[in-house]
Design a protein around this ligand. Structure first.
Ligand code: SIN
Length: 283
């Protein structure tokens, strides 16, 4: 197995390994790289649904997704991320990640990791270049870049996370009321400590954070915006250019991510299997 760190502050590419039969020693190296680099791509995989789920389980219990209508009929652990339509209907979640965010920060125990396995990748027919890149930004490097005064100001602050906040902003959720009822807001520290590396990470996003406990709304939103913008500055980013067979994994404490939508149904097809691994209460 070969592991190469990308030149960016996050990211690593793993090759020459078959995740369907990875040894304990190789798994330990993958997990260590994952914890240290925040996002890793394991190339050239041919995984059945059961093999993908079994690999994900080595990182922890699988977290079911609330969008039940987009889950695999035989493997509810898998959420389809796709722009493919069948009988005029989306077969999967077509606009996951249209704003910078970290997965499911609006639950009490946000997932440790998200795995996205590429089955179909859209290509520009003229240039042959892959479309639908996914960008990542290091929440740990962003925290490190803050001044001592700002770090001190943030210590002990807790932000309010609400799923419908982001959906309302992107205009994709018609059922905001139902979402608010089903997923009540939760509070998490504005600065989270990574449970494995112990690095401090900024943990706010513009879409899902609606306020900060004990702070006036205007002041809180201005601070959230400032921190969210700092997190995704160019210098902290890695852009993933997809290939079929890529298994990409990201750490929902250490990085934020953003999907791109430069492809269009029906000329472009994008199909991914997503599995989410459970995490712990942020501290
Ligand atoms: C996601 O945010 O879960 C999906 C990212 C992507 O589709 O590129």
């Amino acid at each position: 197995m070969n592991i190469v760190q990308t030149p960016e502050v996050i990211g690593a590419h793993v090759s020459e390994v078959d995740l369907a039969r990875v040894s304990d020693a190789d798994f330990a190296r993958i997990e260590q790289t994952f914890n240290q680099r925040g996002v890793i791509c394991i190339r050239d995989q041919r995984l059945s649904e059961a093999q993908l789920i079994a690999f994900a389980r080595r990182f922890g219990g699988i977290e079911p997704h609330f969008l039940k209508h987009y889950t695999h009929p035989d493997h509810p652990e898998i959420l389809y991320i796709s722009n493919v339509k069948k009988d005029g209907k989306d077969i999967g979640h077509a606009d996951a990640g249209s704003v910078w965010h970290t997965d499911m920060s609006y639950v009490e125990r946000p997932p440790r990791a998200t795995l996205l396995y590429a089955l179909e990748v859209p290509m520009d027919s003229e240039s042959g270049v892959a479309l639908g890149n996914t960008q990542f930004a290091s929440a740990a490097a962003a925290y490190d870049s803050l001044s001592p005064e700002t770090k001190q100001r943030l210590a002990g602050l807790r932000a309010i996370h609400q799923v419908a906040g982001r959906r309302a902003k992107t205009g994709t959720g018609q059922q905001d009321q139902a979402l608010r009822r089903d997923q009540p807001a939760v509070v998490h520290p504005v600065v989270r400590t990574h449970p494995f590396t112990k690095r401090k990470c900024l943990y706010v996003s513009k879409g899902e954070c609606e306020g900060i406990e004990g702070m006036a709304k205007d002041e809180a939103l201005a601070l959230i915006d400032q921190l969210a913008e700092r997190t995704v500055e160019e210098r902290f980013r890695y852009t993933h250019r997809w290939r079929v067979g890529d298994l990409l994994m990201w750490d929902n404490c250490a990085v934020q991510h953003l999907a791109s939508f430069d492809y269009q149904w029906p000329q472009h097809r994008r199909l991914m299997h997503r599995v989410t691994v459970g995490g712990s209460v942020p501290f």
